[in-house]
Design a binder for this molecule. Sequence first.
Ligand code: ZN
Length: 300
Amino acid sequence: MDAKNYFDYLLSLEGRYLLTANQRKDLISYQNGIDGESYFKAFLNNFSQLSYLNDFEFGSNNHVQIDFLVATTNKLVIFEIKHYSDEWYFENDVLKNRYGIEVKSPLLQLQRHQHELQQLLYSCGHHLEIEGYIVFTNPHFIPSSSWPHHNSLILFHELHQLSPILSMKTSQQTLDILNVLTLQSKRHSTYYQKEIITHFDLNMAGLRCPHCRKFHTIKIINKKKFITCSHCHTQTKTEKLILLNLKELLILKRSPFTLKEAIKWCYPVNEHTIRRVCNKYFQSDTNRNQRFYLDGNKSD
Ligand SMILES: [Zn+2]
């Protein structure tokens, strides 16, 4: 399973079945990554005169993935985003928290990324200053009392320190270099393969709110075009609710589903509505025991 399929699988499984400790860890780090990057992107977008690359990957043997690469007037700036919460401390070249989670020092990672990017620039015939920062975007991140004073480490309440750098306008020269680098990008994350044992049975059925992702918060009233979640109070088209939940059925089952399975999965929505959504959004076999799937999922 590649990275995207793996996280789609975990997201569909969450709340329907007890995740293992490793699945929980993977899902939390994935969601934290998304939250942190989406926040930093919003922060960057306030500096409208800047051009940047998000999730820039390059290299084959020494594969590098940079969260944000910003082009200012006269230099490139790397930003690595960490959305950790709780208390963390450095021990030699490792960053640790009190729950026993350890990650390689982000300072070392940043140094390596700066070096590899400099090499890539040289190989394209360019030379430009490269600066780098690690930004801790979670306000619930607590640096230990021994936290190092390092210019490259930016905590949530220190984000304003980046304003002078980000207020610089992207120059034509750095923009051209950014465009040259774009041509060198190589996506590796799509080739990431994770071997996992999947689990599926129809007892995992239930309607998930598409917005807050909770269960048991939606009252189905037949023939109503819209439903309202009693937890997040969001109004959703009934059709969209069914579609999301049937997609999860497909992701978890990992093979086409029958109408009978769809009805059990979306209980208590009536058969007529489910059949309509199946026919509108899914492809299907034409044989007697009709089975529904989406492009690319049929033989999964
Ligand atoms: Zn909701």
